[in-house]
Design a protein around this ligand. Sequence first.
Ligand code: AHR
Length: 326
Amino acid sequence: MRRFVIFLLTAALLLTCGCAGPAGDGEDWEDDLIVVGVSQVGAESDWRVANSESIKAVFTEENGYRLLFEDAKQQQENQISAIRKFIQQKVDYIILMPISETGWDSVLQEARDAGIPVILVDRMIETEDDSLYTAHIGSDFREEAEMAVSWMEETYGTEPVNIIHLQGTLGSTAQIGRTAGLEDAVARHSNWTILTQLDGDFTQAKAYEVMCQYLAQERGVDIQVVYCENDNEAYGAIEALEEYGYTCGPEGVSVISFDATRTCLTLCLEQKIALAVECNPLLGELAEETIQTLEAGDTPEKHTYVEESCFTWQELTQEQIEARPY
Ligand code: AHR
């Protein structure tokens, strides 16, 4: 009887303080660490891997964090499930790298109802209610496209330019910005033609597959530029172009790539990639600063865009490549 009474008193105490509930009732975090749930898109590209590593490098126990990291394997429904799980686990913050811009309102409303700030990293979301996220840190993808467009204008002038456009994951901010920049420029330049738009899904394998299909159908088509919306697509495109007898380089097809990871820069120095537009994946520290701002009770910037530049083989050096952390 005495044991039973102690059991009842303990259970009542636990219920009152709201901790150590059963599964689904929130985790019992027995330390002072700040709990951060991260929903990452996947591992589709070298950029993405570098981005995940930069997050994992800062949200460590030594720095005062417990990191719950979920890889969504390129599926939005997995990201939505991860966010719901983080809410159940009563995390302190959610970091979301949204795969696409739309479809987030309900789940972010749930996070807000639970009082959990959501920080968007990398891409943006489309919503009428921008209070659904606390801050956004990422790239200005449209500005990246403008760098590519300026290079094409300087390189080709009034000559005819036939372009193959390899798009990234349709509906993602990176695809939307990079596509809009190119399409607007094509509308302004009567000498520029988009021969085809292919969905490369930001992966090497898909880019190679769709490029091979196109080149097999349109044997010997005249191509000046292949505009690849990320590095991995550029690798797949180069492989396909070379298999179909094209030369990538100053005397042949100009391959334009976005990200500018080390492998891409090496290909640029070898002149196979004509232009590498930088997209900085090292966003972990900025995400951590945002959380520290919130911890201090201050309001972080709503949007932070990282500075980026671009590289051509004429100016690139081996030292720059070696200094590249990703
Ligand atoms: O959103 C950033 C883009 O997503 C990068 O350019 C690409 O490599 C990644 O998969």
